[in-house]
Design a protein around this ligand. Structure first.
Ligand code: KIV
Length: 257
């Protein structure tokens, strides 16, 4: 397993890191061979369950989806988001992180925040848990979803947080909706890889929600590029199936016993 982390850190300044989300075995199976990291993101709260925020996602929901994803992954590093209210203090965080890892066999967990969760991350890393950081917009606590790093004080704090996370020993940091010159500064300053989402080309890698990029989740935000329209393809398949059923063409002899 250590190998996977070494491989990832060696990519910094050499080749870009590819990270995508998966919430199920079937998607994980498709994306695994193309990714360095597969993330079971708590974005599943809004993407699958229609929750207004990711705050309603529970530990059990993350664990069940992660168990499914685990079955589809052979080579990628698998990271699972710790949901809101599961790491309010270091002992709660350690108990829940251990539970996620033992139930899902993931390689690492991801937590949102910097200095504010210093002691929590310290405890996890002391207990040999691999941690991915997350700075910029923090969906579990954000009130406004606005680009981060336009104000000088905000820039300073995010840069400082990235250094704190690096010193603590996180293996990588997600930068969400961080202004592009700040993303460049962070990526140049720290030695661990930065993975951007809405944080420009200046990161060491990119992450997107798979359902967004394949056009399965009807989202329209600037940082999502739609590479496919899977909804359209599903629709046309279902229309054909319906036609066959109503015209009594399915099932024919080939699909009957
Ligand atoms: O929850 C999630 O999917 C995430 C990514 C968007 C980075 O945290």
């Amino acid at each position: 397993m250590k190998n996977k982390f070494n491989k990832l850190s060696k990519k910094k300044n050499k080749s870009k890191i590819v990270c995508l989300t998966a919430y199920s075995k079937n998607i994980a199976q498709i994306i695994d061979s193309h990714c360095d990291i597969v993330l079971v993101g708590d974005s599943l709260g809004s993407v699958l369950y229609n929750y207004k925020t990711t705050r309603a996602v529970t530990l059990n929901t993350m664990i069940e989806h992660s168990k499914s994803v685990r079955m589809g992954i052979k080579k990628s590093l698998m990271v699972v988001d710790m949901p809101h209210n599961t790491y309010r203090n270091s002992s709660e965080a350690l108990k829940n992180a251990k539970r996620i890892i033992s139930k899902t066999q993931c390689d690492a967990i991801k937590l949102e925040g910097g200095k504010k969760i210093y002691h929590i991350i310290k405890k996890l890393i002391k207990n040999k848990i691999q941690v991915m950081g997350h700075l910029g917009i923090l969906p579990q606590s954000a009130k406004k979803f606005k680009v981060k790093g336009k104000k000088i004080s905000e820039r300073k704090n995010i840069l400082k947080d990235s250094k704190i996370l690096e010193e603590l020993g996180v293996f990588s940091i997600v930068l969400e909706c961080v202004e592009s010159s700040l993303a460049r500064e962070i990526t140049k300053t720290i030695k661990i890889p930065t993975i951007g989402i809405g944080a420009s080309i200046n990161c060491d890698g990119q992450v997107l929600v798979t359902d967004d990029l394949i056009g399965l989740n009807p989202i329209n935000v600037r940082f999502v590029k739609k590479y496919a329209n899977i909804t359209k393809q599903i629709n046309s398949a279902i229309i054909k199936f319906k036609k066959d059923v109503t015209r009594k063409k399915f099932p024919g002899k080939k699909h009957s016993y």
